[in-house]
Write a protein that binds this ligand. Structure first.
Ligand SMILES: Cc1ncc(COP(=O)(O)O)c(C=O)c1O
Length: 417
């Protein structure tokens, strides 16, 4: 039996997979153009006429089949801007999934609203519409479904609940640029959507974010909250609401224009390669690709998600398996280590913590995030193995190494105990 790399053996792979972030002459050319132009600032309201940011917003919105794009500093503040634009504030409830990056929840706290954390569904790690329905109250002002890893949430069901109960749906699409749900691009399926361009994302300028929507009223409010509370045709020093500077810089937009040109081709390759890898893995026991619920026509593939069953690996823990996989030259990680509710910010609130959002006089009852029951999310966090998206941009032949490494670890798993 070949020796595991963790035990001093030769790794399955020493060559690197496709490297991220990816760039070519177009990023360099676009960035140089901005630098030479000396127009580095996107303007008073964040995307003034003739700027790269204005061009990027228009092209990104067109690509996602929606009317407006409001570019901003990152995906976290994109969520905050969208919540403020929707009028969410102190004492309002916002339903969020338990498995996601902290930003989905912290943006709610930033506007002094109350996050109601609900369970996700096993099939695709997206928010469970059933759990959403059970959590709706007369204080529910918004929900933030996360298109997890690139799978689209059950938007038909969520939008019908929104219509019935009159709340706003803000899609957190940080994982899902270009994803397609039942023939329609995500991005304007809800009332607003937000994206991140942080370095690990499938389009990046190092940092960056955008809100997309179809409603001109929401768009106008997003622009105001993106840039110091300013309104059109007013001066630099006239402010209509409490808002700070969340603008994107021109050089970031210039880079994002080049990244957007490549997105379609990269998504095609990733979807083809994921199908190829799914097929190869169907012959391996104890590892299975997260299947989705069948409604995602094109996955955004920010994460290639696997379920790991330790019983088929001599009882080796998921974390140890991931260490072994990395040692064999396969980049991988465990994803979100626990449901958001388990974070110290909720579990270890100091005695006497007071003020919105921990205790909210507008809410009129106790705020408790830490006790939310989210059993499916717990299971997901225990089982998941993530392969980052850029690996799927490597030639199929190289992806065979992933399967080789998993089989090798499985054969010698007992050595890892
Ligand atoms: C689901 C989700 N939402 C929001 C964000 C926040 O994006 P940013 O890092 O650009 O603030 C992230 C970032 O990883 C994310 O994964």
């Amino acid at each position: 039996m070949p020796q595991l790399a963790m035990r001093g053996g030769t790794p399955v792979r020493t060559a690197k997979f496709f490297q991220w972030p990816h760039y070519d002459e177009s990023e360099l050319r676009n960035a140089e153009e901005v630098i030479r132009s000396r127009r580095w600032f996107s303007g008073m309201r964040g995307a003034d006429k003739g700027t790269k940011t204005e061009e990027f917003e228009r092209r990104f919105a067109d690509y996602h089949e929606c009317d407006f794009g409001i570019a901003c500093a990152n995906g976290t503040v994109a969520l905050e801007i969208a919540l403020r634009a929707a009028g969410v504030g102190a004492g309002d409830e916002v339903i969020v999934p338990a498995v996601t990056f902290i930003a989905t929840l912290s943006a709610v706290l930033q506007v002094n609203a109350i996050p109601i954390v609900v369970d996700t569904q096993y099939s695709d790690h997206c928010i469970s519409p059933k759990a959403v329905e059970a959590a709706i109250t007369d204080r529910t002002k918004a929900i933030i479904p996360v298109h997890f890893g690139g799978f689209s949430c059950n938007m038909d069901r969520l939008m019908s609940l929104a219509k019935q109960h009159k709340f706003v749906v803000i899609e957190d699409a940080a994982h899902a640029h270009g994803a397609v749900y039942k023939g329609r691009k995500i991005g304007a399926l809800g009332h607003m959507a937000t994206f991140s361009f942080q370095e690990s994302k499938t389009m990046t300028a190092g940092e960056g974010g955008i809100v997309t929507c179809n409603d001109p009223g929401f768009a106008e409010r997003c622009i105001m909250f993106r840039s110091c509370g300013r309104k059109e045709d007013e001066s630099w020093y006239v402010h209509y609401d409490l808002a700070v500077n969340y603008r994107l810089a021109e050089i970031q937009s210039a880079i994002l224009l080049a990244q957007l040109d490549r997105l379609d081709d990269q998504l095609k390759t990733k979807n083809e390669n994921a199908a190829f890898l799914n097929d190869l893995l169907s012959g391996v026991s104890g590892i299975e690709p997260v299947p989705g619920d069948g409604s995602t026509d094109r996955n955004g593939y920010y994460l290639y998600l696997l379920r790991y069953f330790k019983g088929e690996f001599s009882g080796v823990s998921r974390n140890r398996f991931v260490e072994a996989l990395n040692a064999e030259g396969i980049p991988s990680h465990i994803g979100y280590p626990w449901p958001l509710t388990k974070n110290p910010m909720f579990q270890e609130i100091e005695d006497g913590a007071k003020g919105c959002p921990y205790t909210c006089p507008y809410y009129g009852k106790e705020v408790s995030v830490k006790d939310a029951a989210v059993p499916v999310s717990e299971k997901i966090c225990e089982e998941t193995v993530v392969i980052p998206h850029q690996v799927l941009l490597s030639p199929p032949k190289e992806l065979e190494d992933i399967v080789k490494a998993i089989r090798k670890i499985q054969q010698s798993a007992a050595e890892l105990l």
